[in-house]
Ligand binder design. Structure first.
Ligand code: FAD
Ligand code: SF4
Length: 565
């Protein structure tokens, strides 16, 4: 059934879809938003139930029906992963995110210019064969006003004080979250070692908050955080965590010209004979195929789904290549963090690490990006270092030093004594784009409706391995300085966390998929937004930056009035 022609069809209702629905709807455009997940009420996500949400990942129920195939380099066949990040519920993954809301640093946008062209990589002795390191087509200053929009509209608390951060026009909209014992321990240790710890931005309200003018005052007020410690993997029972679900989406959904349809899974982007998109095909709630025609289509379905939708939407002439892929770059330039974790135990000091949100902890950027001397280290780039770890016993049962068994009486004795006396440092070393790391369509597996699922082929290469080992040493030094009596670390194994890339942005259409507004080089009325457009990964998680890119793209799309006459 062909419906009316919408001005804009949005795929996905996460940060990208939520911001665009509000901004483009407010600009008077006729918007249809298609979300494969279902709506969720606070009664459903409010319980502080670790078994239900942390162990059984109840909030990810819908993900189980939409797997991704993963294989390490060299594996003949991929295995299915019911991965956590591509959440599918109205509002997307921010419902159960941790809330670390970090801006990237100015140098993060110019890795090629700053570190390859200037000889940093050579002096480091880094072997970058097979890597594909590029600059972003825009810089920190281009995004600064949009970072501010995100921080004020979604609500970000923080204190600043990071000497490596880019300049800000205004302070955080809320004061930082209160300090907990783990922050006090880490901050003091970092200062003694001569580093520059600071309290990072958190997508968590530190007090009752509603955006002030000139930001969007239609966004509802929310109370401050209660420090219950159930953030990562849970929805927040008082809505203190900043998510699209109760910030931008309620404003968008109140607009008469924004039509949000849940349980609507897009499986194809349609194009006409001149190569423009005409809309999408989707399965509605009853499983029937529907067409939504539109003048502009925006994909905001997260990394794997953005690339997949381009790859499955090829026409007969070029089916294997997909659409928007004249460059051949769809699925290339993909990366995820290889987390290094450092653990410490205290004999005489109670840390009570379960208190408070995991975001907004103490961090340091002394070893991030190009902030330290790489001469002779054998790698480029760095990592963000900070307090980490979830809180409840169910989430901490695997924090066990190598010499303690993970079962039986010895384990029970250990856990009874040290559950409240452990500290974790989370380190997120950057991963560079490598020609062997690719997202494509799996030749074997299909989803429940017969559509090929995305397949990720991935390995850490020389630069990552060296960087990860270096960071483990830095982290262990820092942990010992806190006074911990037992210290151990875990390096990443085969898989990464927090994915980005796959539909790279750039100025050169032969080397990138979209421009700096997320607009396809090949299909001018098709946009792709989210972490999939990042040309390099950086050491911080993606949300603040992908939100800033989306606010910027919204202005650009709304300004193309001739498209919508
Ligand atoms: C446990 C966890 C902790 C995290 N912590 C942090 C953190 O501390 N800091 C940080 O910066 N980031 C964090 N993240 C990542 C953060 O959640 C993402 O960066 C952010 O949600 C991305 O927003 P998005 O709009 O691009 O995608 P999403 O939020 O994933 O939204 C995409 C939406 O599109 C829908 N969709 C996908 N495909 C289709 C389709 N074919 N048809 C219709 N709908 C579709 C999905 O159902 C989903 O609702 C975390 C993620 C998880 C899971
Ligand atoms: S710690 Fe704060 S933000 Fe996190 S779930 Fe509890 S109340 Fe919400």
């Amino acid at each position: 059934m062909a419906e009316r022609i919408a001005d804009v069809c949005l795929v996905g209702s996460g940060v990208v879809g939520g911001i665009l629905a509000k901004e483009l709807g407010t600009a008077g455009l006729d918007v249809v938003l298609l979300e494969r997940g279902q709506p969720i009420s606070i009664e459903e996500y409010a319980p502080r139930d670790s078994i239900r949400f942390a162990a059984r990942t109840d909030l990810l129920e819908w993900v189980r029906h939409d797997p991704t195939a993963f294989r390490s380099l060299g594996d003949p066949q991929a295995t299915l992963r019911y991965s956590t990040t591509p959440s599918n519920v109205l509002g997307g993954a921010l419902l159960h995110w941790t809330g670390q809301a970090a801006r990237f640093q100015p140098g993060d946008f110019k890795v090629f210019s700053n570190e390859i062209a200037t000889g940093v990589a050579e002096r480091a002795g880094a072997d970058l064969r097979g890597y594909d390191v590029v600059d972003w087509p825009l810089g920190y200053d281009d995004l600064e006003p949009y970072y501010e929009r995100f921080e004020y509209e979604f609500g970000v608390s923080g204190g600043g004080g990071n000497p490596f951060a880019g300049p800000r026009r205004s302070p955080y909209p809320m004061p930082p979250l209160r300090q907990t014992a783990k922050k006090v321990l880490l901050e003091a240790a970092a200062r003694r070692l001569g580093y520059h710890p600071y309290q990072s931005g958190a997508g968590v309200t530190s007090q009752a908050y509603r955006p002030p003018a000139p930001f969007d005052t239609r966004i509802p007020e929310r109370p401050g955080c209660t420090y219950c410690g159930h953030c990562n993997g849970y929805g927040c029972h008082v809505n203190a965590k900043s998510t699209a679900l109760y910030t931008v989406l309620p404003v968008a959904m109140a607009l008469p010209n924004v039509d949000v349809r849940t349980r609507s899974k897009v499986f194809r982007v349609n194009t006409d004979e001149v190569g423009h998109t005409t809309g999408v095909l989707y399965f509605d709630e009853a499983g029937h195929i529907q067409e939504q025609r539109a003048r502009v289509v925006v994909l905001g379905g997260y990394v794997f789904e953005n690339a997949r939708l381009l790859l499955v939407s090829g026409t007969d002439q070029a089916a294997a290549r997909g659409i928007a892929n004249a460059s051949g770059m769809v699925g290339k330039g993909i990366f995820g963090h290889g987390d290094v974790r450092i653990y410490g135990l205290f004999d005489d000091y109670i840390v009570n690490g379960f208190i408070g949100p995991q975001s907004g902890g103490i961090r340091l950027d002394d070893f991030n990006g190009n902030n330290f001397d790489h001469t002779g280290l054998g790698f480029i780039r760095g990592a963000a270092i900070g307090g980490g770890g979830g809180g409840t016993p169910v989430e901490r049962y695997d924090v066990v030093p190598p010499h303690i068994p993970t079962w039986g009486a010895a384990f029970k004795d250990y856990f009874g004594r040290y559950y409240t006396r452990s500290l974790e440092i989370g380190i997120t070393p950057e991963t560079l784009a490598h020609e062997a790391n690719v997202l494509d369509l799996d030749p074997h597996y299909r989803d429940a409706r017969g559509i090929p699922i995305p397949r990720l082929t991935f390995a850490f290469h020389d630069n990552e391995r060296r960087l990860q080992r270096f960071m483990a040493e830095v982290g262990e030094r820092l942990m010992r300085e806190t006074g911990a009596s037992t210290v151990w670390s875990k390096l990443p194994t085969r898989m990464a966390n927090r994915w980005a890339g796959g539909t790279r942005m750039g100025d050169d259409p032969t080397k990138s998929v979209v421009n700096s507004y997320g607009q396809s080089h090949d299909v001018p009325n098709l946009f792709v937004l989210g972490a999939s457009v990042f040309p390099t990964m950086t050491a911080y998680p993606a949300t603040a930056t992908l939100a800033a890119l989306t606010y910027r793209a919204a202005e650009y799309i709304a300004a193309q009035r001739e498209w919508f006459r």
